[in-house]
Design a protein around this ligand. Structure first.
Ligand code: AMP
Ligand code: MG
Length: 409
């Protein structure tokens, strides 16, 4: 590589910023039952038309009273004037009585405290309540969770399990979400065969196809799989043309390096435009980005380790923004490393690492084989440790850890 090529390496941050600027969020939305909405991105604010809970209700099984009737330092025995199970409509509480009540049941309008049954003694239709009854104790007030007209979830939010429950709690059955992106995947390489086939000399199994399929499925994208593409310019042109017609975004693997057998960049150039390439990321330097008509193409490297890293770090935020998601970044944590680095690198490195807990304290453990051709390190790992360019963190130093639970859909 010449000095100038090296100078042209683009930083991960600059690349991400450019990629996010180029991502155009999908516009079309669909109405979907909330039960099917996991992972989808909201195309509108979700606004509540009710209070949740809709009425004051009891937080415990016990006895409901009018707190103001009772001096706080005297125990009292009261007649039980009604029984209020959850789901029933109570009568107003008769003065100087108590009512039996259960968790979630409506508090009578004039009642103001619930005493938990563990603190009471019931006998012959009467209950003895302890001293110290406080106003509003054990009452969950109407609207304590959600108020009428409150926005409970915002447009651009990716729906999680608890959000499905939250929408259900305000009675929403269907929700407007962006239609899932169609993402085409192409695996370039004459050496590739599919699992289930028998390898001949010089052949390897196509693993990138399945890594990408799994990653894309995890985000709820619709995968359009173009299988294996031969290492010729014609086949690559052909496959990319079809993919550009069939999908919103194309992801290729392999063939983006500088060898004669690498045709992806040339093909993107011929069919559209190639915008950015050569990246200060390890693994994954030969990442390419371009456009065919209006279809963005991300050319990932061929090495399986590099595919995993470049997808998580670069393709993921681009895809999420294209899907209409407001949040594309990831939470990370600074944790001490249990190893030392020797040489500073010119590229930001995403080490495949694991957390080790000793006496409840986490330390980052490095996989011994960080080769871009190795995939078992990614399977072994539960996150990336991010080593900034030009640094050599030593054992015990704090390093950013990006958990896969954050990165994978
Ligand atoms: P390339 O960028 O096409 O030169 O590929 C770089 C390395 O990744 C080579 O060793 C390829 O054999 C390997 N490779 C490319 N595509 C795949 C794939 N789909 N599955 C597994 N390995 C691959
Ligand atoms: Mg190749």
């Amino acid at each position: 590589m010449s000095c100038c090529d090296r100078d042209q390496l683009r930083s991960v941050d600059a690349m991400l910023e450019e990629l996010l600027n180029k991502a155009t969020p999908v516009k079309e939305s669909i109405n979907t039952p909330i039960a099917n909405a996991l992972g989808a991105v909201l195309a509108e604010d979700v606004i509540s038309s009710i209070d949740v809970p809709p009425y004051n209700n009891s937080a415990v099984d016990g006895y409901v009273v009018i707190a103001e009737e009772h001096s706080s330092n005297v125990a009292v025995t009261l007649e039980i004037s009604q029984r209020i199970p959850a789901g029933s409509t109570p009568l107003p509480l008769q003065p100087s009585t108590a009512a039996r009540i259960f968790t979630g049941a409506t508090i009578p309008d004039n009642a103001t405290a619930v005493v938990m049954q563990e603190d009471c003694t019931e006998q012959d239709g009467k209950v003895t309540l302890p001293a110290g009854i406080k106003l509003n104790q054990n009452i969950r007030p109407q609207g304590q969770d959600i108020k009428t007209n409150q926005i409970i979830l915002k447009k651009g939010h990716r729906i999680r399990a608890q959000d499905m429950g939250l929408m259900a709690s305000i009675g929403v059955a269907n929700v407007k979400v962006y239609r899932p992106l169609k993402v085409a995947i192409l695996s370039t390489g004459d050496e590739l065969i599919e699992p289930g086939e028998t390898t001949k000399e010089g052949q390897i199994y196509n693993s990138n196809r399945y890594t990408l399929k799994g990653l894309l499925d995890g985000f709820g994208f619709e995968v359009v799989d173009f299988g294996i593409v031969e290492d010729t310019l014609n086949s690559t042109l052909n496959a990319l043309t079809k993919a550009a017609n069939a999908a919103d975004i194309i992801i290729t693997s392999g063939g983006v390096s500088v060898g004669e057998e690498d045709h992806v960049k040339a093909a993107i150039n011929q069919l559209g435009e190639l915008d950015l390439w050569k990246l200060a990321i390890k693994p994954g330097k030969p990442f390419a980005y371009g456009k065919i008509d209006n279809t963005p193409v991300m050319g990932l490297p061929g090495n399986p380790g590099a595919v995993f890293v470049t997808f998580c770090i670069l393709a993921r935020p681009f895809l999420l923004k294209s899907q209409g998601a407001e949040r594309t970044n990831t939470h990370s944590f600074k944790l001490p490393i249990g190893f030392s680095l020797r040489k500073p690198g010119k590229r930001r490195e995403y080490l495949r690492t694991r957390l080790n807990y000793e006496q409840g304290v986490a330390t980052i453990e490095n996989h011994p084989n960080q080769s871009s051709g190795v995939l078992s390190s990614a399977s072994w790992a539960d996150g990336f440790a991010v080593i900034p360019e030009h640094t050599t963190p030593q054992q015990g130093d704090l390093v950013e850890f990006w958990p896969f639970s954050e990165l994978l859909g």
